[in-house]
Design a protein around this ligand. Structure first.
Ligand code: A3P
Length: 293
């Protein structure tokens, strides 16, 4: 797609960003949240689409089936901070969402989130994924997404990840600062990708209890089944196949969906260096990730 130009990273209030996510800054900061809005917040590649799909099915799966069949998940759950000339801004889409509640996605670090979400005491679902699988997934995504910065080779990419020079900044800061936010903001549900892979049904139960939803056993079964990796991968409304900036010849969006794929990418030396560096950055013993299940 000729009109896709890879973004270039620059420092934005101390966070590496590309212009696609900062051009609409003022409008995004002034976004007026409603009390029943639900914000899905993640570092990129932590399971945003999966969680969006779960929430969308829980809320609208039974009542709005036509939408399920015709509207891609990235339009049902708009990406608040994105601006894209031919698509308009995620903020405009969010403003005009016909649903109630509105489900809205962001990759912002917590300090960038528009204040009104907190003022309105909106429910926020944060999903985190272990750093090793997260960086592998991000690498393949940056290869196939034509508005992401050029990924370069794997070794330099991994170094850049460790330095926090990725779109939306440092993984270490992102997951840690959202974790800290949970201590003071009670309407935040912090989930882990690894737990979702291990037992999707259990995690959906926890989500429902956070959201105050009580689906029937049959309905829960339908949602749990619908969001399994293989089903989402072949679902044209969930697998991003209609998204024009992605080159599926390079890598699929629904790539592997596994815990531990990092072992196929990290060399022994890279792994040792990564672990050493990780210890210096992740000091909070209460925030623990699993790199295998
Ligand atoms: P991989 O690249 O490791 O396969 P995001 O939606 O935040 O961009 O995250 C994308 C990652 O979530 C990809 O990881 C994708 O395959 C994985 N994913 C999406 N839906 C999934 C599902 N239903 N089950 C397991 N993993 C899923």
């Amino acid at each position: 797609m000729d009109s896709c130009i890879r973004g270039v990273l620059f420092d934005f209030h101390g966070v590496s960003m590309t212009h696609y996510f900062t051009d609409n800054w003022e409008n995004v900061q002034n976004f007026q949240a409603r009390p029943d809005d639900i914000l899905i917040a993640t570092y990129p590649k932590a399971g945003t689409t999966w969680t969006s799909y779960i929430l969308d099915l829980l809320y609208f799966g039974q009542t709005w089936q036509e939408r399920q069949a015709t509207v891609p998940i990235f339009d049902r759950v708009p990406f608040l901070e994105i601006t894209w000339p031919s698509m308009g801004s995620g903020k405009d889409v969010a403003d005009n969402l016909p649903t109630s509640p509105r489900l809205i996605k962001t990759h912002f670090p917590v300090q960038f989130v528009p204040k009104s979400f907190f003022e309105q005491n909106c429910r926020i679902v944060y999903v985190a994924r272990n750093a090793k699988d997260n960086v592998v997934s991000f690498f393949h995504f940056d290869r196939m997404n034509r508005i992401e910065p050029e990924p370069g080779d794997w070794n330099s990419y991994l170094k850049r990840f460790m330095q926090g020079k990725m779109v939306f900044g440092s993984w270490y800061d992102h997951v840690s600062n959202w974790w800290k936010k949970k201590q003071t903001y009670s309407n935040l549900h912090y989930m882990f990708f690894e737990d979702m892979v291990e037992d999707t049904g259990r995690e959906i139960d926890k989500l429902c209890s956070f959201l105050g939803l009580t689906p029937s056993a049959e309905e829960k079964e339908r949602v749990t089944g619908g969001v399994q990796f293989d089903n989402m991968k072949k679902d044209g409304m969930a697998n991003y196949s209609t998204n024009i900036v992605m080159d599926f010849k390079v890598s699929p969006f629904m790539r592997k969906g596994k815990v531990g794929d990092w072992k196929n990418h990290f060399t022994v030396a890279q792994n040792e260096e990564f672990d050493e560096d990780y210890k210096t950055k992740m000091k909070d013993p209460t925030l623990q990730f699993r790199t295998e299940i």
